[in-house]
Design a protein around this ligand. Structure first.
Ligand code: ASP
Ligand code: MG
Length: 432
């Protein structure tokens, strides 16, 4: 018998979008919710009926968390952080009770648990707390007694007894943390997508589902803007070796397994192509080429609380350098101001900025054992007539900054360049 954690997000419980509809012609919001809860209840029940132990983690229904935040914002420009957590945590509390009721109504046995009732201990940073420990005795007892425990994601309790939340999208983290604490065999994520794709299908029609991907690749894809799983939950899974399974709540297609790296994974050069529109560029052109300049620039930017992503320095051999970097679009105006101030001391010839850039990245552990990956990516971009403004690499990723207007074409070009390899690699695997 295996223990499976099943996580259902807001989409699986919401009143909008895709969902299994009843034949009821009058589908008011509430009845669609009812259908969704029943459907989720059936999935959990069916898993239990196959002989598994099941613990379910849920988010708030649909847009609930945003709606609660809008109400708080309407009352105050600066609501106390403690009260926001108190407020937001109610969204998940509705979901657990409704799902437990749905399971019971189908003849199953379920019991809802808030984060504090489970014993999810966090630090005391409201709005983005981190889990410190989980006492899972109560859950274990419920499972042993044949119940399906339904746990509220996204919330915990501090040492002092305050309710906290883990940061937006944090139910994923709860699910993986519980899987680690309970030593579950699998943590399943039920989504309104079929799994993880080689790139975003909305941007590239050639995008295909990935069967298996390792944590490091998933982390790169997640933090590079492929927002299927919360990146902190993937980190957690990696640290505790929790296998993840991303799949659809609409059908039982295979989905994607996120697992520890396997030797055969290096056969595929590029697992996926990610992109991020949230980039803006600032360049100090013609800065004096002497020690300490880079330190001065990035200390100044860092002290302003601005996170820098890519950095490029190029020297002109005339005693001057260009230093360029990217920041998130939200930080752009501020970064520009800080740069102008810093330049009173640094004395660059000029500061050039560009708010409409984006980043496209190829990711894959296969890069470690294949040469020429960068050249192939750059060739694909140049064949498409796309100019590369910046490059950064790690062991398993190559990223380029390009004009935002060329994002779609760039993703397609890079994806196509490596898509053929994939087929080749899969064919090889099949004949072996
Ligand atoms: N309900 C929370 C949010 O919307 C947590 C989650 O959905 O994972 O951010
Ligand atoms: Mg949500």
């Amino acid at each position: 018998m295996s223990l499976i954690i099943q996580k259902f997000g807001g989409d699986a419980l919401g009143d909008k979008g895709k969902g299994r509809r009843s034949d009821d012609s009058d589908l008011s919001g509430a009845s669609l919710h009812v259908e969704k809860f029943r459907h989720v209840a059936e999935i959990a029940r069916a898993t239990q009926a196959r002989g598994h132990q099941v613990v379910v983690v849920v988010s708030a229904m649909g847009d609930t968390t945003n709606r609660l935040l809008r109400m708080a914002a309407a009352l105050s420009a600066n609501p106390p952080a403690r009260e926001l957590d108190m407020l937001m945590s109610t969204g998940e509390q509705q979901s657990i009770a409704l799902l437990a009721i749905a399971i019971e109504s189908l003849g199953g046995r379920a019991m809802s648990f808030t984060g504090p009732q489970v014993g999810i201990r966090t630090d005391s940073v409201f709005g983005r707390s981190r889990i410190r420990e989980i006492a899972c005795d109560s859950l274990k007892r419920a499972v042993a007694d044949g119940f399906i425990p339904i746990v509220a994601g996204f919330q915990g309790l501090t040492e002092e007894g305050q309710i906290t939340t883990l940061g937006r999208g944090g139910s994923d983290i709860t699910a993986v943390a519980l899987a680690a604490a309970l030593e579950a065999d699998m943590c399943e994520f039920y989504k309104d997508v079929d799994g993880i794709f080689t790139t975003d299908p909305r941007v590239c029609r050639g995008a295909r589902p990935i069967d298996r991907i390792c944590y490091d690749e998933m982390l790169e894809l997640a933090s590079l803007g492929a927002d299927v799983l919360h990146s902190r939950s993937v980190e957690f899974a990696k640290n505790y070796n929790v296998p993840l399974h991303v799949r659809s709540f609409l059908h039982d297609g295979e989905g994607t397994y996120v697992v520890p790296e396997e030797p055969a994974m290096e056969d595929i050069v590029v697992r996926g192509v990610a992109f991020n529109r949230d980039e803006a560029k600032i360049a100090f052109q013609g800065v004096p080429d002497r020690p300490g300049i880079a330190a001065e620039i990035f200390q100044g930017i860092g002290e302003a609380g601005i996170v820098v992503d890519m950095i490029v320095q190029s020297s002109a051999y005339d005693g001057s350098n260009d230093v360029s970097f990217t920041v998130g679009k939200n930080d752009f105006r501020r970064a520009e101001d800080v740069a102008q101030k810093l330049n009173e001391r640094i004395g660059a010839r000029k500061i050039v900025t560009d708010e409409s850039i984006c980043k496209v990245s190829a990711v894959g552990v296969g890069m470690r054992s294949h040469s020429n990956v960068a050249a192939r990516m750059f060739k694909a971009l140049s064949d498409a007539g796309i100019n590369i403004q910046m490059i950064s690499t790690s062991e398993i990723k190559i990223s380029v900054a390009i004009a935002e207007s060329e994002l779609e074409r760039a993703v397609q070009a890079v994806h196509e360049a490596f898509a053929e390899d994939r087929e080749f690699a899969t064919m090889e695997e099949k004949t072996n």
